[in-house]
Design a protein around this ligand. Structure first.
Ligand SMILES: Nc1ncnc2c1ncn2[C@@H]1O[C@H](COP(=O)(O)OP(=O)(O)OP(=O)(O)O)[C@@H](O)[C@H]1O
Length: 253
């Protein structure tokens, strides 16, 4: 169910290849960080594999089924996606926005019951949103809104989560508590693929890292093996030191 297979994915934007023949597989128990410099093609790859943008070539399947062709409700039950830009779709409360994660199960906003109600309540607690539950989602700080989206994804109970810079805007407390939730999710057989820029967090939390440069995957493996000073220097053009699971970046090369 959670086996993701991306094969030879290629995408063109304004006549330029921004994703070039990317192939990889991901499965249960993996927390994968997709990293790379600005403009490397990470968001394009994610949107392309989800079928949100046209592909020039390639396939992306989940449990053998092409993701772009899954019926929307089935896709939402199998895969949660957190995009980079995430304004509320229309004026609604935090609780209602989190409950959108139950739409694919047929839940009706304002009349949640049974497992839908339990899942929404649990997600509000886990993402520290109980005190904000009745606030309009249109009037939140960036970090609060990021937590609402996390909660929406968690309450969908989808076994796969794909997230584009989900920690941007989160303070250290919420960053670490949400990372712990993601870790728990993969320990229970889920799979997470997320775009991250904080290399120390990648070292500490990811089970695997994919490195993208200029549209291509240039490295794939456990962070301890992939995130070496020479690779970081080559990819990011900055001097790096890796010590006790933390990456120290000192100065541009
Ligand atoms: N709508 C668009 N039209 C044309 N080119 C685009 C468009 N969006 C992005 N690009 C280009 O595609 C390339 C890849 O962009 P993408 O957003 O996938 O990179 P990224 O690795 O996610 O970057 P970042 O780390 O800055 O978010 C970049 O060169 C970018 O300028």
């Amino acid at each position: 169910m959670t086996d993701l297979k991306v094969d030879n994915l290629t995408m063109i934007r304004e006549g330029r290849q921004v994703v070039r023949s990317v192939s990889f597989q991901a499965g249960p128990g993996e927390l994968i960080a997709l990293i790379g410099p600005n403009g490397a093609g990470k968001t394009s790859l994610v949107r392309g594999l989800l079928g949100g943008e046209p592909r020039e070539a390639g396939t992306a399947t989940l449990g053998g089924a092409e993701i772009a062709q899954l019926p929307p409700a089935e896709r939402a039950r199998r895969l949660a996606y957190l995009p980079q830009d995430r304004p509320p779709p229309w004026p609604m409360s935090v609780r209602e926005m989190v409950a959108l994660g139950r739409f694919s199960y047929g839940a009706a906003l304002g009349r949640l019951k049974g497992q839908d109600l339990r899942a929404v309540m649990q997600a509000l607690v886990r993402c520290d949103l109980v005190a904000l539950a009745d606030r309009p989602a249109t009037r939140l700080s960036g970090g609060e809104l990021a937590r609402v989206h996390f909660a929406r994804a968690f309450c969908s109970e989808a076994p796969m989560l794909i997230a584009d810079e989900p920690l941007a805007g989160l303070d250290p407390y919420h960053r670490l508590t949400l990372l712990a939730l993601l870790k728990g999710m993969v320990e229970q057989g889920g799979c997470v693929l997320m775009i991250l820029h904080d290399l120390s967090l990648v070292c500490q939390y990811a089970t695997r890292v994919l490195v993208m440069v200029d549209g291509r995957l240039v490295a794939d493996g456990p962070p301890q093996e992939v995130l070496t000073p020479p690779l970081i220097e080559r990819v990011y053009q900055v001097k790096a030191r890796v010590e006790a699971g933390a990456v120290h970046l000192t100065a541009p090369i």
